[in-house]
Design a protein. Structure first.
Length: 137
């Protein structure tokens, strides 16, 4: 239960911090977050020493990088969907690929982080005083 709580609280904390210092005014902030969270499984695969796992995790990561680019160039709602989809991937990751480098607590933490970040971004996008790039209108 702790990984879920920490992931959710941290995602909301990062969103509040990013808003308060202006990081999220740049349209690239949340796409970069999506790319970073997707990259960790590749890191864990590299730590396991399995080239096959690195290649498979890289293919999965590429889907989220494509979503990040599409959201950056088009609608930021694609980023919301990408973050939520990555959370779903976290929930089923162990049935998709065997990656012994993944810490036991990671999928739960990352699921909570991803869903929290998706909710935070969706909330920001629905606020009438914020444009799609996150800048005050």
């Amino acid at each position: 239960m702790l990984p879920y709580a920490v992931g959710l609280v941290l995602s909301i904390g990062v969103a509040v911090f990013a808003r308060s210092v202006g990081f999220d005014r740049d349209r690239a902030f949340y796409p970069a977050v999506l790319i970073v969270v997707a990259s960790y499984y590749v890191l864990f695969a590299a730590m396991s020493g399995s080239v096959d796992t690195v290649l498979f995790e890289t293919m999965l990561m590429t889907l989220f990088v494509a979503a990040a680019v599409a959201g950056f160039k088009g609608s930021p709602w694609v980023i919301v969907g990408g973050l939520a989809a990555h959370g779903i991937q976290d929930a089923v990751h162990s049935s998709i690929v065997v990656n012994p480098g993944v810490p036991v607590w990671w999928p739960a933490w990352c699921l909570a982080y991803d869903i929290g970040a998706a909710i935070a971004l969706a909330w920001l996008l629905r606020r009438p005083t914020v444009d799609v790039a996150g800048a005050r209108a």
